[in-house]
Design a binder for this molecule. Structure first.
Ligand SMILES: [Zn+2]
Length: 72
């Protein structure tokens, strides 16, 4: 049986192995061991801090609500 495809297959949440900057804003520091959002971008990942992750996910949830209300 074919597996149902996911819209968010290219998204992961993990913990930073070492500290680095958020890719949305270089003033956002992601400290080692903190939660971060990873979004697949070609062969690499775009990585965002917790604050940006919440904004990105909230926006996408809004978009998905819009899509489901359009098709139902
Ligand atoms: Zn950020």
């Amino acid at each position: 049986m074919a597996r149902t495809k996911s819209l968010i297959a290219q998204v992961e949440i993990d913990h930073a192995g070492k500290s680095h900057n958020c890719q949305a804003n270089t003033n956002h520091r992601i400290e080692k061991n903190t939660i971060r959002l990873k979004v697949r971008n070609g062969r690499s990942w775009d990585i965002y801090c917790q604050d940006c992750a919440k904004k990105i996910i909230s926006k996408d949830i809004e978009k998905l609500h819009l899509h489901i209300s359009t098709i139902t």
